[in-house]
Design a protein around this ligand. Structure first.
Ligand code: 6GU
Length: 251
């Protein structure tokens, strides 16, 4: 998968070189390209924003600089992927649909994603219109119902959620199957040795007996029940009226 990020703070995305995503890049499973939006601003101050037409607070990102950025980044991507390659263009935006595991799964199968990070109040609306008229595939994605200063943190989060689902990136693919949200439910509680542990309060805490039974069917049933119970307590919104996951995963 090729990933491009267009931002006025390319250093903000430096952590993409670390840990699991960095390793995936070094192994050639992904290629990450960070671009400074100001590359495509031509005045002396490399201006990317201006005051809103009609008045109001803050600044708006200028359309011309974004159009040039997309042209250059898409041309570079097509050099690598071929002349017919089409990126999914993702604008991190608190007004978008909330990004969830189902979207991460879907996007993990794409061969090219271009992230376009807005800052200030936002990007001139005509950029979205122009991209739609160009036949580009565009998505707005939000992390949740709160406001960040720009899209960079969302790109870090979304990229990590997507890239770890690319086959070969996470060493043990089985660990992806049982984790929270993969089934539409939260994950069951986990225990490791010692099975009997004295905590700092002097209380001796036993791991659930069933986990020591060696009976895998009984353990699986207990875990499934714990998942439902935990989801009902913590995230009832994930359960339908019948207590089943609203968005079960096709395994
Ligand atoms: Cl994707 N962007 C910004 N600026 N704020 C957010 C967000 C994204 N998701 C939640 N808040």
């Amino acid at each position: 998968m090729r990933i491009d990020v267009i931002t006025i703070f390319p250093e903000y995305l430096a952590p993409l070189e670390l840990s699991l995503i960095g390793k995936a890049a070094r192994e050639g499973l992904i290629g990450v390209h960070r671009h400074d939006l100001r590359t495509w601003a031509h005045d002396r101050h490399r201006t990317v924003d201006d005051s809103p037409l009609g008045g109001g607070a803050g600044m708006v990102m200028k359309p011309g600089v974004w159009a040039e950025a997309f042209a250059a980044v898409i041309a570079a991507g097509r050099e690598e992927l071929g002349p017919d390659a089409q990126p999914l263009i993702v604008f991190p935006n608190p007004a978008g649909a909330v990004f969830a595991q189902a979207t991460a799964r879907e996007w993990s199968g794409r061969d090219w994603i271009v992230f376009a990070c807005g800052r200030y109040e936002g990007i001139d609306e005509r950029v979205y219109e122009f991209l739609a008229d160009s036949g580009a595939e565009v998505a707005l994605a939000s992390l949740g119902d709160y406001v960040l200063n720009g899209g960079e943190v969302a790109v870090l989060a979304i990229t990590e959620a997507v890239v770890r689902l690319i086959p070969g990136v996470v060493g043990n693919a089985e660990s992806l199957v049982e984790e929270s949200h993969s089934s539409g439910l939260l994950e069951y509680p986990l225990y490791t040795r010692p099975a009997s542990w004295e905590d700092p309060l002097g209380v001796v805490r036993e791991a659930p007996e069933v986990l020591l039974s060696g009976n895998h069917a009984v353990i699986a049933a207990w875990r499934a029940e714990q998942s439902v119970q935990r989801t009902a307590e913590r995230r009832p919104d994930l359960l339908g009226a019948d207590g089943a996951a609203v968005e079960p995963r096709a395994l």
